[in-house]
Design a protein around this ligand. Sequence first.
Ligand code: ZN
Length: 76
Amino acid sequence: MIPFSNTWPYDIIAGDMYVQSCPLCSRDNVLLPMKPKELISVREGKKKLLIFPCCHNKVTVLDSDADYILTDRKLR
Ligand SMILES: [Zn+2]
């Protein structure tokens, strides 16, 4: 079962990935240094190191679905 505490919702707008707020510093509307095509490779099992540009916190993205990313870190 997926640990919901390690998930965070994302949005794709015009080919860019955003989060409505950063789970680690609460900044609004953060553009992620990750492309939608990388979500596909994550789903295929390739882990992605994601560094939030707002606070430089690092998480590893382990999986994703249409709305959420799953990371190695407790986000809520
Ligand atoms: Zn942040």
